[in-house]
Design a protein around this ligand. Sequence first.
Ligand code: HPA
Ligand code: MG
Length: 227
Amino acid sequence: MAEPSGNNKPADRGRGIVIPDDWPGYRLDLFTHPEHYSEDLDCVYIPHGVIMDRTERLARNIMDDLGDHDIVVLCVLKGGYQFCADLVERIKVLSCNSSKSLLMRVDFIRLKSYLNDQSTQDLQIIGAESLSVLSGKNVLIVEAIVDTGLTMKTLLTHVRSFRPNMIRVAGLLVKRVPNSSGCLPDYVGFEIPNRFVVGYALDYNEYFRDLNHICVISESGKQKYKV
Ligand code: HPA
Ligand code: MG
């Protein structure tokens, strides 16, 4: 996704863990979840432990590629807060326990384009005025989910206008959608079918961020929290 300056392009590690279209997920009663969402979920799609294990490996890949640089981690709120916090945590552990270290600053930007489970045309970028600090820096954009890639494309154009030295993108989830812009993150956690998922800070109208696993919302859940 990023256009690297010079020849320091990261190894192409592809699509991450690919979840097939017919993946049914796990029955809810095989894991714990908050009681208040009992009626609102169909299944556990990606358990929290698997997310954490995959994040640990992404941290290693990032460290291998960018170790001994200074980076600015740009967390895309709100959905990216949990992934970003866990990814930064794992990079910190590697910085303490390997010969490489990665100096990180962390900044935040907020994007909003979804209403119910549909993407809307008007993308709002909030908090963008502070991005002048990115000039000349190596930027790692951390995003929870990429579907068409259009949001990411808009954000990249915006970030590029502040003239960073390098931009990389880490995305926990990439959705297989028919209308993909082809714009993919450099570091991908999971490639998932085109289903609306919640949890691990991903929301449906601001609900379900308080859920550890990535789950599929039920029809009754959609109705209950519809705006
Ligand atoms: N869940 C939550 N937020 C999203 C999704 C999703 O599946 N796709 C884009 N934003
Ligand atoms: Mg959202």
